[in-house]
Design a protein around this ligand. Structure first.
Ligand SMILES: Nc1nc2c(c(=O)[nH]1)N[C@H]1C(S)=C(S)[C@@H](COP(=O)(O)OP(=O)(O)OC[C@H]3O[C@@H](n4cnc5c(=O)[nH]c(N)nc54)[C@H](O)[C@@H]3O)O[C@H]1N2
Ligand SMILES: Nc1nc2c(c(=O)[nH]1)N[C@H]1C(S)=C(S)[C@@H](COP(=O)(O)OP(=O)(O)OC[C@H]3O[C@@H](n4cnc5c(=O)[nH]c(N)nc54)[C@H](O)[C@@H]3O)O[C@H]1N2
Ligand SMILES: [Mo]
Length: 819
């Protein structure tokens, strides 16, 4: 199949159909609902919610047979059948398991053997005893920081069964541990933005879609793809971005997509597509800024009133400080977009009411701190920040940012017992004795005692002997898999709770089977920004095999360590949920809203709706600051946008200068030190949440000869003599994977796309550098940090080569039970 002019949306839907017919199992008989399709009203079923949205679990004879989307969902996720299958798939973890060498010879035995699948089934009692004993041994032998419980990742939604908080709760009540700060999503942006705009901003509300439909004339999706990325939310998805994109479409707002891929959003809006070379957007922005300045199109009055430091940035832009004027011609050389196009963009951005919507991928790159700074500098020159339909927005693509915020109480959640209140994204909370930047665990394992520069201070890297993960998949999310394997050999013990036999579980010493959200009760809010409803997350079926909730597992471990009552407070699952609801009811009353009594809410079997105020519907980001910059000062030192930061200047980091700067990444398309010819875009997958659901039947709808797809432009395929549908080897100096080739012209020449989250399946698990049979792209990405400022991950920094795979195809084994 050569899908040259195919939309990837059509592609996935078509192959979805193919998959369901081919297997004749699981999916057969399920309605093929698409995005935007009116959801069928559910007459029965048990209401629940998850990252993918609100749904009704349909049950027959104690078995869930369908997850039917809630009728209030404007665009149900096509991933829901995979979500259902995560309950019953072949990759489900069934029993507590311990790696044989560890069990027989003790902690640290045969570390190279991790991942080869030699597990022994043990009883729950034995498993709890082993875990509690090992925590105690490591703390007593090496000290408390030798236990690592950063446990980063996309644990399931829900205010009680937050396995990461529960892990830390158990560890805080019994001692201490090493934690992590930041996340893999916006690691660079969330550190630099407080210096520039005064808050982390990436998880804050944008000017609403409604306001854009009325006021915006030019919508620019800069590496931002709401129609893919807002399929899921951190809490329970509301999918408001899907209606939002339709609103601007109906209003006839002109749009541009600046992206190496012609995205679902660009295809839906029929946007103009501009495809710069990946990792060169800062240069591209500088070229546009130069044109603005050169043609006198910048807004000096805005710069004077609302920003500081433009006078120190301008000499760099003009080349007075480094001898290189950042002209459109200079930028065109780097980013591959013609100089005339950059001038054209400068004129159109400044003459129309323009919204610059930036995604996160451009900061998940070497020197990723620079892009958000450059964007805000550009937006400041355009002077439209705080105006209806104009300025910039950092979350249009994520969790339906721009979907208006309802008037609602905020649900409380179980806390980690550290005395620190955990709010918002759970991973932003810092607790524990020591904290390392989240993506620096591998560096820490390899360099205990090293002093690391981080955001203006120093961190001494602790010696870690026990890593404990619940609700994350480091053998998917972390970069440079082979460096990671080397580092992991320094651990005595790796403990994982999950419900899927992920690569992390396979590389663990102790594996404990957790329940899915569909096997326990919980409560959550709908929409990270919209906060439109509170949904009962009701148990749909009884736990399968020997799965137990993380709550019960940690309660037992805490009890073994003498803190059982402190952990549970003597409360049952339903007591906790009722407590969170009652607290919200009190807060609602203070906001003049009356919520039903808990039992009525729970028994109603539907989400509880909250009102939307007219003013919120029309929210404009930074309008208050624009109206009164003194009264509504930003959180920066000066209270204004800082286009130059004296704080960052004082740190003296040569990899993060004090104003937005083009910094050459270690490798990029056409870069001076680059070894391989193709840039790798490791985008977020359209039919998974990272690695979640890769072990389910939904994989059959997109896999190519059983492998993760690798998109390639027809020109690049022709140059290599490759054809659509064949198995290829994708490789570079760091690693190698197999993938299935998809030839398509929705990707820029010189770029390939292999989505993150494919399960790591080493053909020779004991060998570092082994071929991955399925296609985990993090075998190829680099483990370097963005800079000393943020120490963030660079998942979008990788160059590679692709060739036909010759010889017998190794089987994919990662989706079945280990031996
Ligand atoms: N190259 C590259 N790498 C990337 C990215 C990229 O763009 N490119 N993106 C990065 C980003 S932004 C992110 S956020 C990370 C994502 O990295 P992760 O969040 O680690 O990825 P997930 O696949 O969502 O893993 C979550 C795991 O938690 C398990 N889980 C879910 N609920 C529960 C529960 O209740 N209990 C227990 N015990 N387990 C549970 C799931 O089964 C799954 O295995 O990846 C990062 N890595
Ligand atoms: N379906 C689905 N949705 C998700 C997730 C998922 O796994 N699946 N994960 C969620 C999470 S945790 C996060 S953090 C967000 C991630 O949100 P993002 O980081 O914004 O998402 P990505 O898919 O990595 O990239 C967005 C777009 O950037 C483009 N891009 C890549 N490199 C470059 C570049 O150098 N320049 C430009 N201009 N564009 C570039 C990609 O082609 C893609 O279209 O998504 C969330 N939404
Ligand atoms: Mo993320």
């Amino acid at each position: 199949m050569t899908s040259t002019s195919n939309s990837s949306l059509t592609l996935s839907k078509r192959s979805f159909l193919k998959g369901s017919l081919a297997t004749g199992l699981g999916f057969a008989g399920l309605p093929l609902f698409g995005r935007g399709a009116a959801a069928q009203a559910a007459s029965k079923g048990v209401v629940s919610g998850c990252h993918w949205g609100v749904f009704y679990g349909m049950v027959e004879d104690g078995r869930a047979v369908e997850f039917k989307p809630w009728e209030g969902d404007p665009a149900p996720s096509p991933q829901l059948p995979g979500v259902l299958d995560s309950l019953y798939s072949e990759s489900r973890i069934r029993y507590p398991m311990v790696r044989r060498a560890w069990l027989e010879q003790g902690p640290g035995a045969d570390p190279d053997g991790r991942g080869s699948g030699d597990f022994v089934r043990v009883s729950w009692e034995k498993a709890i005893e082993l875990v509690a004993g090992e925590i105690t041994r490591v703390r007593e032998t090496y000290g408390h920081p030798a236990v690592f419980a950063g446990s980063y990742g996309w644990k399931s939604s829900g205010k009680l069964h937050n396995c990461q908080t529960l892990l830390r709760r158990m560890l805080n009540l019994t001692g201490s541990y090493t934690n992590s700060v930041g996340d893999y999503s916006t690691g660079a942006a969330q550190v630099i933005l407080p210096y520039v705009s005064g808050s982390i901003e990436v998880y804050e509300q944008c000017t609403t879609w409604n306001n854009l439909a009325e006021n915006c004339e030019l919508m620019v999706f800069w590496g931002a793809n709401p129609l893919n990325n807002s399929e899921i939310s951190w809490q329970v998805a509301d999918h408001g971005s899907f209606s939002g994109v339709d609103q601007i479409k109906e209003a006839g707002v002109e749009s541009i997509c600046i992206d190496p891929v012609r995205t679902e959003t660009a295809q839906h809006l029929d946007s103009e597509w501009i495809a710069p070379a990946p990792q060169t957007d800062v240069a591209m922005m500088l070229g546009i800024m130069y044109a603005l300045q050169d043609e006198g199109l910048h807004d000096q009055a805005f710069l004077d009133r609302y920003t500081v430091g433009f006078d120190k940035f301008l000499p760099y832009l003009l080349g007075d400080t480094d001898g290189t004027p950042k002209t459109p011609e200079w930028a065109a050389e780097i980013c591959g977009v013609p100089a005339d196009k950059l001038r054209d963009l400068a004129r159109r951005f400044s003459s129309k009411r323009t919204m610059l919507a930036l995604g996160y991928s451009t900061q998940r790159q070497h020197h990723g701190e620079q892009i958000h700074w450059a964007l805000i500098t550009l937006a400041s020159m355009l002077g439209q920040i705080g105006l209806p339909g104009g300025g910039y927005g950092l979350s249009y693509h994520y969790s339906s940012g721009g979907s208006p915020t309802h008037t609602t109480p905020i649900l409380k959640a179980v806390d980690d017992a550290s005395g620190v209140k955990v709010e918002g994204a759970a991973w932003l909370a810092a607790s524990g004795a020591v904290s390392i930047p989240v993506s620096r665990l591998v560096e820490t394992l390899l360099n205990p005692g090293k002093v690391m520069q981080f955001n203006g201070h120093e961190v001494e890297l602790p010696e870690i002997k026990l890593a404990y993960w619940a609700g994350g998949n480091p053998f998917s999310h972390h970069q440079d898999r082979n460096e990671m394997l080397r580092a992991w050999r320094r651990l005595d013990t790796f403990i994982v709770h999950d419900f899927q036999w992920t690569a992390s579980a396979r590389h663990a010493d102790i594996v404990l089977p957790a329940t899915t959200s569909y096997e326990r009760n919980d409560i959550e809010q709908v929409g990270d920004y919209a906060l439109s409803h509170i949904v009962p997350m009701k148990k749909i079926v009884e736990p399968v095999f020997e799965a137990r909730s993380d709550y019960d597992i940690f309660a037992d471990i805490a009890a073994k360590l003498g803190k059982g009552y402190e952990f549970t407070q003597g409360l049952s699952e339903m007591d906790w949920i009722r407590g969170f609801y009652e607290a919200a009811k009190v807060e609602a009353r203070a906001k003049s809203m009356e919520m039903p009594v808990f039992d009525a809410f729970w028994d109603s079997n539907k989400p509880l709706a909250f009102p939307l105020a007219e003013a919120q519907k029309d929210f404009v980001r930074h309008a208050d600051f624009r109206a009164d910059p003194l009264l509504n000062a930003l959180g920066t030192a000066s209270g204004k946008f800082e286009l130059y930061s004296t704080a960052i200047e004082k740190y003296g980091y040569d990899d993060c200068p004090p104003h937005a700067t083009w910094m050459e990444p270690i490798e990029r398309l056409g870069g001076p030190t680059t070894l391989y010819p193709l840039a790798v875009a490791s985008n977020h997958p359209d039919l998974r949440l990272h690695s979640q659901l890769c072990g389910t039947k939904i994989r059959e709808t997109y896999e190519v000869q059983g492998r993760e797809p690798c998109w390639m432009h027809p020109e690049d395929a022709e140059a290599r003599g490759l054809s659509d549908g064949e198995v290829v080897r994708v490789f570079n100096q760091r690693g190698q994977i197999l993938a299935g080739l998809v030839i398509t012209d929705v990707i820029r020449p010189g770029v390939i796309r292999v989505s993150e989250g494919g399960w790591f399946d080493p053909v020779e698990p004991r060998k570092i550098g082994s071929l991955c049979a399925y296609g985990d792209i993090n075998n190829l990405t680099t483990g370097v940090a963005t800079s000393r400022l943020a120490q963030a991950n660079c998942g979008q920094t990788a160059m590679a080569e692709v060739e036909r795979f010759e010889g017998p195809l190794p089987p994919v084994t990662v989706f079945s039970q280990p031996a």
